[in-house]
Design a binder for this molecule. Structure first.
Ligand SMILES: [Zn+2]
Length: 319
């Protein structure tokens, strides 16, 4: 049954389609700005006008949606830029909504504070007995405010990535109260503390200025805990879940697929992308084949859709 491509196509168990792919964009201030991220070849920080151009290209390629991150002009300890009426992602959303591309793309807005806080953590920081820590509950109000502001600016879906306890419920309540009850929540339900996020922190300028995120992101050793986190987020009202990273955690994606009925996405994170790009640059891997194989593996593990920096490249290959 492997003799020729038509026979192989007939018995293929897993498919990959451009519509399964979500393309992340990093929106920055200015005009005509297109600044390549040095550790992520082919990934750019884009001003709003350039982001619209990129979105039009993504729509023409049949890509399913965009995941938006922001690089604000200034940062402060509370991360006020995250929910500012004229925040950078809010500006981007309004411009994207006004473009023809938005008819074909699902606009997903990342909800977190780390790109907007001067300390680079995902919530408010307070001093405690054992030194600094992230203050969970007061951070929830700020995250909920951020989600409402992004949905009002045009986000079709909000995607909390902070890993604070109780944030899905807080966001759901706030959205409903703002008459945004039709806005779904894509929750990063099991986000592992990972070395593979390294290049993203350059792209989103969100590296913690002290400490790390292991106190609120998950321990990579824990599969059962991941399932419990997903369960809690679904109970709180999450409509879809996002698993992150993908490649080192494909067993977690599979376990989630086997245990939950909701749509599941997986995020092929920056480190997964950058290490493949490094191997391509060295001529050690076949670029086209390895790109598609890396994505097919994630689909086979059970992900319905994949957030990937390869989205445009893969869509072109899939034709
Ligand atoms: Zn964060």
């Amino acid at each position: 049954m492997r003799r020729n491509e038509s026979l192989r196509a007939l018995v293929r168990e897993t498919t990959l389609d451009p519509g399964d792919l979500i393309y992340p964009l990093f929106i920055c201030p200015g005009q005509g700005v297109r600044k390549e991220v040095s550790s992520m070849p082919g990934v750019f920080q884009l001003s709003v006008d350039e982001a619209v151009r990129e979105a039009e290209e993504a729509a023409a390629l049949g890509i399913g949606g965009l995941l938006l991150f922001g690089l604000p002009e200034t940062k402060d300890p509370e991360g006020t830029g995250a929910w500012a009426e004229n925040g950078i992602v809010q500006q981007g959303l309004r411009a994207l909504k006004a473009s023809a591309a938005s008819k074909k793309l699902v606009l997903i807005a990342d909800v977190c504070l780390c790109e907007y806080t001067s300390h680079g953590h995902c919530g408010l920081i307070v001093e405690g007995r054992d030194g600094w820590y992230v203050d969970n509950d007061p951070s929830l109000d700020l995250l909920a405010k951020t989600a409402v502001s992004l949905a009002e600016a045009g986000a079709d879906v909000v995607a909390p990535s902070d890993m604070m306890d109780g944030r899905v419920a807080a966001i759901r309540d706030a959205l409903d109260e703002a008459e945004l009850d039709m806005t779904p929540i894509l929750s990063y339900a099991s986000k592992f503390a990972s070395a593979f996020y390294g290049p993203f922190r350059e792209a989103a300028d969100s590296a913690p200025q002290f400490g790390d995120r292991r106190a609120y992101q998950m321990d990579g050793a824990n599969l059962r805990e991941a399932l419990r986190e997903i369960d809690l987020d679904l109970e709180e009202g999450a409509d879809m879940i996002l698993m992150k990273p993908a490649m080192p955690y494909l067993d977690v994606v599979r376990a989630a697929r086997d245990n939950f009925e909701v749509p599941i996405g997986a995020y092929q994170v920056s480190g997964e992308y950058s290490m493949l790009q490094a191997a391509f640059a060295k001529g050690w891997l076949d670029k086209d084949r390895a790109t598609l194989e890396s994505l097919l593996g994630i689909r086979r593990a059970g992900a319905d859709f994949i957030v990937t920096y390869f989205a445009k490249e893969a869509a072109r290959l899939l034709g």
